[in-house]
Design a protein around this ligand. Structure first.
Ligand SMILES: *Cc1c(COP(=O)(O)O)cnc(C)c1O
Length: 357
C-alpha cells in the first residue's frame, strides 16, 4: 500500500457539526425553520443598503484590520479598540481562543450539554474537553466546573444563556465562579444571546471583563442582530488576550459586506431593541403556554426553548415536521426550538399541547 498523507490524529476525532435542518417542503403549508436560533426578521433599517454598497466593491479585499468595525464597537461599548477582536462568527473566535491558548493535551472545561461547537473546536486544537454536566434544571454547575480545573486547564467557558437548555447565570454566580478560577486560566463568557436576557441579577459582561485580567466575552451579530448568513462576531477582552485572538485569525476573514452590515446594525439599536422585545414577548408566551400544557421547561433566557423529550425526541421532531416546523433534536435527550414567526410559535404550542411524551 502506498503511504498517503495523514492528518494529525485529533483530526479524525473531530465530532461532526449537526446543522439545523431546513423544513420538509409541504405543498399548501408554509413551513418554518426553528432549528438554528435564527432571527425571523428582515435586515435592520439601513443594513441592506450598507451591505449592497459594500458588495459593489467586491473586487477589493476587505479592510484586514476591521478598523471601522473596531471603532464602532469601541464607541458603542465604551471599550478600547485594542480590547476587541472580530472574526467570522463567534464560532471562529472560539476556535481562535483554543488555538491561541492551548497546547496539545491542555484541558478546556465547559458545561454539557452546551454549544455543540465547543467539542469540535477543542478537538480541532488537539485540546482535551472536560465536560461538566448541567444541573437537572439546565443551569451550569459552576461549583463542579471550578472543581474540574486542573494544572492542565487553560480555558473555561461559561455559556450564558446556555444553548440549548436556556438558563443564564447570574452576576453573583459568575463573580463567585471567577473568584475560584486561577488567574492564569482564561474565562470565556459566551454571550451569544445576551440581548434576550430578562432576569434579576443578569450579568454585566463588560463590567466583569473590566474587573479581571482573564475574562474574555464572545458575542455575535448572528442572533439578535439577524446577520447569521454574513458570519461576523467579536470578542472583548484585555488587550493582550484580544491581540492573541487577532494574531491567530484568518487574514481577511470578515468580508467587507459583513463589516459594513455589522457597523450599520450597531447604528440601528432602537429598531434592534424593539424586535428583541417582541421576540422575548413571544418566547414568554410560548413558555407559558407550553408549561400550562404540562411540560417542564427550563428557564428560557435566549431566543429558544428546550423540550426535555428524552427517548421521545425523534418522535417529537417528526411530529413537529408534520406541522411544518423543523426543530433541533438531540437524540435521546431533548429538542431545542427557536422562537420564530408568530404562526410558527403557534404551531409549536399546538404540538406541545397534543404530543404525548
Ligand atoms: C449561535 C451561537 C454562537 C455564535 O455563532 P456565530 O454565528 O458563529 O457567531 C456562539 N455561541 C453560542 C452558544 C451560540 O448558540
Amino acid at each position: 500500500m502506498p503511504q498517503t498523507p495523514q492528518a494529525r490524529r485529533n483530526v479524525s476525532e473531530i465530532p461532526t457539526y449537526v446543522p439545523g435542518k431546513p423544513p420538509t417542503p409541504r405543498p399548501g403549508l408554509t413551513t418554518f425553520k426553528l432549528s438554528s436560533n435564527e432571527n425571523p426578521y428582515p435586515p435592520l433599517p439601513g443594513v441592506l443598503d450598507a451591505a449592497m454598497s459594500a458588495a459593489a466593491a467586491m473586487n477589493r479585499y476587505p479592510d484586514m484590520g476591521n478598523s471601522a468595525l473596531y471603532a464602532a464597537l469601541s464607541d458603542t461599548l465604551d471599550v478600547p479598540v485594542d480590547d476587541t477582536a472580530a472574526a467570522t462568527g463567534s464560532v471562529a473566535l472560539i476556535y481562535q481562543l483554543f488555538n491561541a491558548f492551548c497546547e496539545p493535551g491542555d484541558e478546556v472545561v465547559y458545561a454539557w450539554r452546551s454549544f455543540e461547537a465547543y467539542p469540535i473546536a477543542a478537538t480541532a486544537a488537539a485540546a482535551v474537553s472536560v465536560r461538566v454536566p448541567v444541573l437537572a434544571d439546565g443551569r451550569h454547575d459552576l461549583d463542579s466546573m471550578a472543581a474540574a480545573i486542573t494544572d492542565r486547564t487553560r480555558v473555561v467557558i461559561v455559556c450564558t444563556p446556555n444553548n440549548p437548555t436556556g438558563p443564564a447565570v447570574t452576576q453573583s454566580e459568575l463573580d463567585a465562579f471567577v473568584a475560584r478560577v486561577p488567574s492564569r486560566v482564561l474565562v470565556v463568557v459566551d454571550e451569544a444571546y445576551l440581548e434576550f436576557v430578562r432576569m434579576d441579577d443578569a450579568i454585566d459582561g463588560l463590567a466583569t471583563y473590566r474587573a479581571h485580567s482573564n475574562v474574555v466575552l464572545t458575542r455575535t451579530f448572528s442572533k439578535a442582530y439577524g446577520l447569521a448568513g454574513f458570519r461576523v462576531g467579536y470578542a472583548v477582552g484585555p488587550a493582550p488576550l484580544a491581540a492573541a485572538l487577532r494574531a491567530v485569525s484568518l487574514p481577511f476573514g470578515v468580508s467587507s459586506v459583513a463589516q459594513a452590515a455589522a457597523i450599520a446594525s450597531l447604528a440601528a439599536s432602537d429598531a434592534l431593541f424593539e424586535r428583541v422585545d417582541a421576540l422575548v414577548a413571544e418566547r414568554d408566551r410560548v413558555v407559558g403556554a407550553v408549561r400550562e400544557a404540562g411540560w417542564e421547561i427550563p428557564d428560557a433566557q435566549g431566543n429558544f426553548v428546550w423540550f426535555d423529550s428524552g427517548e421521545r425526541t425523534a418522535a417529537f421532531a417528526a411530529a413537529a415536521d408534520e406541522l411544518g416546523i423543523v426543530v433541533r433534536p438531540f437524540a435521546g435527550e431533548g429538542a431545542r426550538v427557536s422562537i420564530g414567526e408568530t404562526e410558527a410559535n403557534n404551531r409549536l404550542i399546538s404540538l406541545a399541547q397534543t404530543f404525548v411524551l
